[in-house]
Design a protein around this ligand. Structure first.
Ligand code: URA
Length: 218
């Protein structure tokens, strides 16, 4: 299946671009929803594509929708999303000025009893989903990325990397745009409670390196 390409003209402020972007975004939502290029979509409730400003300069990329995102159809609305929102608030980043998405558009899980437990998407699944992320990049045309965790970082970079070694650093993404590497919010949720405060401070420090992309423009 082909990715949905943006028909947006070059002016960033004209109403036609916004209208076109909205229509294309909706087409993208539908196309990802019916996508079965990998097995994950078969078991998910629906696809979850990115949301936010169609003119965002900064695109935040997570791993995949979680349980709540899958049910509600919106990215970053569950526990990890709430933690991310707290960070955005502390940083003074308005969510509406950003575009938040995921490397993989369907929720992968395994059932334990009645509970749907998150399962990390495999590399083949992330690769199969890459063209949807590319479609979002063509549509929104961000200037920089924040990669939240290893799956996002690998999709954006095109090769594996150690998030712990490279966190807080800017790398050149496969899209020719800079990407800041940091932890996924769920890593903080899972982390050692004794070190929660220092982990939080370190995460905010990482993220703050991208503040310049939020303050100007959009
Ligand atoms: N984790 C992610 O990576 N993305 C979401 O949208 C929610 C949780």
């Amino acid at each position: 299946m082909e990715g949905v390409s943006s028909t947006a003209p070059s002016s960033s402020s004209s109403p036609p671009r916004r209208a076109g972007a909205k229509a294309t975004h909706e087409a993208l939502r539908h196309a990802t929803d019916v996508c079965r290029e990998c097995p994950i979509g078969e078991h998910a409730t629906q696809s979850v594509i990115g949301e936010g400003s169609m003119r965002a300069r900064l695109m935040l990329v997570g791993e995949q929708p979680g349980d709540q995102e899958d049910l509600q159809g919106h990215p970053f609305v569950g526990p990890a999303g709430r933690l991310l929102q707290r960070a955005l608030d502390e940083l003074g980043w308005q969510r509406e000025r950003l575009y938040l998405t995921n490397a993989v558009k369907h929720f992968k899980f395994e059932l334990r009893g009645k509970r749907r437990m998150h399962k990390t998407p495999g590399q083949r699944e992330a690769e199969a989903c890459l063209h949807w992320l590319e479609s979002e990049v063509r549509l929104v045309r961000p200037r920089a990325f924040v990669a939240l965790g290893a799956t996002a970082a690998r999709s954006l970079l095109g090769r594996p990397l150690s998030v712990m070694q490279l966190r807080g650093q800017w790398l050149d993404s496969r899209f020719g745009l800079p990407m800041l590497v940091t932890l996924h919010p769920s890593a903080l949720l899972r982390g050692d409670p004794q070190r929660r405060e220092s982990a939080w401070d370190a995460w905010l420090r990482d993220l703050s390196a991208a503040s310049g992309w939020v303050e100007e423009g959009a």
